[in-house]
Design a protein around this ligand. Structure first.
Ligand code: HEM
Length: 284
């Protein structure tokens, strides 16, 4: 008899500690927001705050799903792929909650919701991203994976990059004061896209670690430059002033440093893993 397909089991039907841990972890942010909502800890506009927090988690999960393939390859950890689908489906569940909260904030007036989505560009962009996530979730069941050819399935699921770009754009357009997290997202997205370009250019060969290290070195300055350009175009702040502030850390830990810290940690782990895997020469 086929073992029951539970999210915490691997393909052989055994309980997987990795899948179990990720499965439990995926509920945590939602449960935390629900708890704060129930105990009046979300400020004067709890529905709006819950909507924002769930929106942020949706985007973080999309990014995490996107990072699984690069991480599994760079860290030579194929079992990581076992949790990709689970994270993608969780992102879909979170975006549905995000939309439901938005509908609730509009007193469940579906006409108003549809009108706003058509009228406001940032909502139209979010809506397209939502459609994309729906398509990916719908084609993630075992039956759909079997029905679509591997090539078509893969081509469809590459749209997750577009979804991440649209989600980050939706985030960016509506954010009023604090651009900190959107810029972290942009820097990480640049690294993930850069890794895809490397993987594509090296074809079937593994992406060499020196090229991953160069990509990681470029991610921080790229983020700083994107931020400087943004403030220059939006508020006419001289580019060099933003870059100097980034370097001096006088305005706190800037996105460029966070991006650099994350990708540098991944790169160091990859080198460590490679060193451990290198076969030791036996003494003659
Ligand atoms: C029909 C689809 C969607 C609708 C109607 C919608 C609606 C909204 C609304 C009303 C806000 C708050 C804006 C404000 O406070 O002024 C928001 C923020 C946000 N949404 Fe969406 N959204 C949609 C899809 C998405 C998707 C697909 C993602 C992620 C992939 C996403 C991620 C976010 C994020 C990160 C924020 C900002 C949170 C913050 O500023 O702290 N949304 N969305």
């Amino acid at each position: 008899m086929q073992p029951l397909k539970r999210p915490w089991r691997d393909y052989s039907g055994r309980v997987s500690p990795l899948k179990t841990a990720v499965f439990v972890a995926l509920f945590m942010p939602g449960a935390w927001v629900a708890y704060k909502f129930a105990t009046d800890q979300l400020g004067a506009r709890p529905l709006q705050e819950a909507l924002l927090e769930i929106g942020q988690w949706t985007l973080r999960l999309v990014f995490l799903a996107l990072a699984i393939t690069p991480l599994s390859r760079v860290l030579v950890w194929p079992r990581l792929n076992l949790v990709r689908r689970m994270i993608g489906v969780a992102a879909f569940a979170y975006v549905c909650t995000h939309l439901t909260l938005y509908t609730a904030s509009e007193a469940f007036n579906l006409g108003t919701v549809a009108g706003e989505i058509l009228k406001r560009v940032y909502l139209s962009i979010g809506f397209v991203a939502l459609l994309g996530l729906t398509a990916l979730a719908a084609t993630s069941t075992d039956a759909m994976v079997r029905r679509l050819s591997p090539r078509r399935w893969q081509a469809l699921h590459r749209f997750v990059y577009l979804i991440a770009v649209l989600g980050a754009w939706h985030f960016f357009l509506q954010t009023k004061l604090d651009e900190w997290e959107p810029f972290v997202m942009i820097g990480l997205l640049a690294w993930l896209l850069g890794w895809r370009v490397l993987a594509w250019s090296f074809g079937r060969r593994p992406v060499p670690l020196w090229s991953v290290a160069l990509l990681s070195l470029a991610a921080g300055p790229f983020t700083a430059l994107a931020e400087a350009l943004y403030f220059n175009l939006k508020m006419h702040v001289p580019i060099e002033r933003v870059l100097m502030a980034d370097l001096s850390l006088e305005t706190g830990l800037r996105p460029a440093w966070v991006v650099f810290g994350i990708v540098a940690a991944v790169t160091v782990a990859a080198f460590g893993r490679a060193a451990l895997r290198r076969p030791r020469l036996k003494p003659a």
